[in-house]
Design a protein. Structure first.
Length: 263
């Protein structure tokens, strides 16, 4: 679930704030990075309900609890998710949110949905940008809360590696090199401007550069200083591989950056 969708869902839930009916808010989360099985989910659900709710509360929300259990058994896809949150109030409300990050197990009953754990966790997570570039094109995407949020492709004219020429004099070779460098400069300048436009109004914590290693320093030199300072990781790769493959590799780099290991 990306940040925009989370915000929309939180706004919808806000319409139930101070409602005339009671709302049950239930959080199931797993610290282990490996997604839980459905059986583990249901077991944790039962333990949480048994420990947290009174007999009267269980009776009042009996149908809601049955609905949650059925969802866990039949509908919840655990792959890539470490937390699931339910907001339920009989016929008035049944909302399910899933997250890749960890949210501690909790259950509460109130006249407003308890969204505080979600809001507090999101406030600690900024997005990061992955920028891939070669001589022909560039690809960039933001990752937030463990998911690709937005992506964009930039296609510029081919930057030649070789230019036909009629002689081998030093002057001719110098012109060829200048021609290549001029094309490359314009290409990188376009990329830098596109990146600058792309990140406007976004909270970017850091940037990972990807592509051919010899391009990395050139790209950094063309980026605005405020963005160049955010380059904390590098990823050597071809840029025409599937976006999801790059995303999965970028997550490993991002994890090292989070540990203070700048690559």
């Amino acid at each position: 679930m990306n940040y925009q969708n989370v915000e929309k869902n939180l706004q919808r839930l806000a319409s139930h704030k101070r409602s005339p009916y009671k709302i049950l808010s239930l959080y199931l989360g797993f610290k282990d990075k490996k997604s839980p099985s459905g059986t583990v989910l249901v077991t944790l659900f039962h333990l949480l309900i048994h420990k947290s709710l009174t007999s009267l509360e269980k009776k009042a929300f009996r149908e809601d609890l049955k609905k949650i259990e059925k969802y866990l058994q039949e509908s919840f896809d655990t792959r890539g998710n470490r937390s699931i949150v339910f907001f339920t109030a009989g016929a008035h409300l049944f909302k399910v949110l899933q997250f890749e990050f960890y949210l501690p197990p909790d259950v509460s009953i109130s006249y407003s949905p308890n969204v505080a754990p979600i809001v507090e966790t999101i406030s600690r997570y900024g997005a990061y940008l992955v920028l891939l570039a070669d001589r022909k094109r560039a690809r960039l995407f933001t990752v937030h809360l463990g998911k690709i949020e937005e992506h964009e492709d930039i296609v510029n004219g081919f930057v030649p590696q070789k230019v036909k020429h009629g002689d081998d004099t030093w002057d001719a070779q110098d012109k060829i090199l200048r021609h290549i460098e001029d094309h490359l400069h314009r290409h990188l300048k376009l990329i830098a401007q596109s990146v600058d436009d792309f990140v406007k109004q976004k909270r970017i914590e850091f940037i990972i550069l990807g592509g051919h290693k010899e391009f990395f320093n050139k790209i950094k030199k063309h980026l605005p200083k405020r963005l160049a300072k955010k380059v904390l990781g590098e990823l050597v790769t071809e840029i025409n591989i599937p976006l999801n493959d790059v995303f999965l590799r970028s997550k490993k780099v991002a994890q090292n950056i989070g540990k203070g290991v700048h690559l």
